[in-house]
Design a binder for this molecule. Structure first.
Ligand code: DQA
Length: 139
């Protein structure tokens, strides 16, 4: 079964971006880990990242058309993009939301809202890159 692991803005700099918050694993390492974890579960995992919101919307529309399960870390778009809310709402296969940090426990008020959660089958937060393994398992 094909699974899309979709990552939003700034996640391509994983390992270099605020490592105290997001950890030292690089984005390329995350990609390899997700592919390996997926293989163990019998999934054909494709991992993508974009800093352009329209790309993410296109990929979610593709997932809707192809009935593809999605693991989604939408980064900051999680907190305010109503276009993302709508794109997630139309998915027919399972959607699992993942965040490296735990946005609810961070001081910035804006992180305490998620437009993805209402559509997610499961939400995995605060477990770093390991959270992606858990997200794949919970699909
Ligand atoms: C994040 C949390 C978001 O609040 C933040 O904007 C990110 C990363 C996480 O994985 O912890 O870019 O989604």
């Amino acid at each position: 079964m094909k699974v899309l692991v979709l990552n939003g803005p700034n996640l391509g700099r994983l390992g270099r971006r605020e490592p105290g918050v997001y950890g030292h694993t690089s984005y390329n390492e995350l990609v390899e880990l997700c592919i390996d974890w997926g293989r163990e579960l019998g999934y054909d995992v494709e991992v993508r990242q974009t800093n352009h919101e329209g790309d993410l919307l296109d990929w979610l529309n593709e997932a809707a058309d192809e009935h593809t399960p999605v693991v989604l870390n939408a980064g900051a778009w999680t907190h305010y993009s109503y276009a993302l809310f709508d794109a997630c709402a139309q998915l027919t296969a399972p959607l699992v939301e993942v965040h490296l940090s735990n946005p609810e426990q961070r001081p910035e008020e804006f992180r305490h809202t998620s437009v993805v959660t209402p559509h997610a089958k499961a939400v995995v937060v605060g477990k770093g890159v390991e959270g992606y393994r858990e997200a794949l398992q919970s699909l």
